[in-house]
Design a protein. Structure first.
Length: 212
């Protein structure tokens, strides 16, 4: 039997997710850095990677594997420490990176980085974030009824992915406008040091994050 679409449930989960999506965190920091250093195209592909990771979170949540991961200290710790290591790697790399250089064409990369690498950076940043994982699982556990059919839940996840992609693409566009970007360029190497330190701090915060 096909039930009617649960509109109130859908609007509730999308509303809460949207508020969480715009909150500053590793995803925002990564899109900002990619956009300033490598240009708008890199920022957009990083956004696409982040949005794609949400589909993975959604898939294992719908399948029920999310509860297993969140309740298993070993599995949760593996995800947590992989995420910490990845952010530390990106943060330390940023500290020693050369100062960003201006580009005439904002849609093109300023430094040599492929679209695939930009996508992968965004994908792993979100996928290995235990806070993102638990937020997603909690959202579905608390709001989504057990009676809600899988195809509707899949639509919820797809909508979240689209929202996240649109949001971070807008972020990438904003930070690659000439005026804003030139302001960051004036920081020179300090931009890399600030963003690198921010990523390291986010990694340290993640280290003290516990699954409660």
């Amino acid at each position: 039997m096909i039930m009617s679409f649960p509109l109130i449930e859908y609007l509730t989960i999308i509303g809460i997710f949207s508020i969480g999506a715009i909150s500053p965190g590793p995803d925002f920091a990564m899109v900002l850095r990619q956009s300033i250093i490598h240009g708008r195209k890199a920022g957009v592909f990083t956004s696409l990677g982040i949005a794609s990771a949400i589909l993975v979170h959604g898939a294992y949540t719908i399948l029920g594997l999310g509860i297993i991961i969140s309740q298993s200290l070993l599995l949760f710790s593996i995800v947590k420490y992989l995420g910490i290591a990845y952010l530390l790697y990106l943060g330390i790399s940023a500290l020693f990176a050369p100062a960003p250089e201006p580009s005439v064409n904002l849609s093109e990369k300023t430094n040599n980085i492929s679209s695939t690498k930009s996508f992968t950076i965004g994908f792993l940043t979100n996928l290995l974030n235990p806070k993102a994982m638990l937020f997603f699982i909690s959202l579905f556990t608390i709001i989504v009824s057990a009676a809600t059919q899988a195809q509707f839940q899949a639509f919820y996840v797809f909508s979240m992915s689209i929202i996240l992609f649109i949001w971070f693409t807008l972020v990438a566009i904003f930070f690659t406008t000439q005026k804003v970007r030139n302001g960051f360029y004036k920081l020179g190497k300090w931009f890399n040091r600030i963003t690198g330190l921010a990523l390291i701090i986010l990694a340290m915060r993640m280290a003290f994050f516990e699954n409660k």
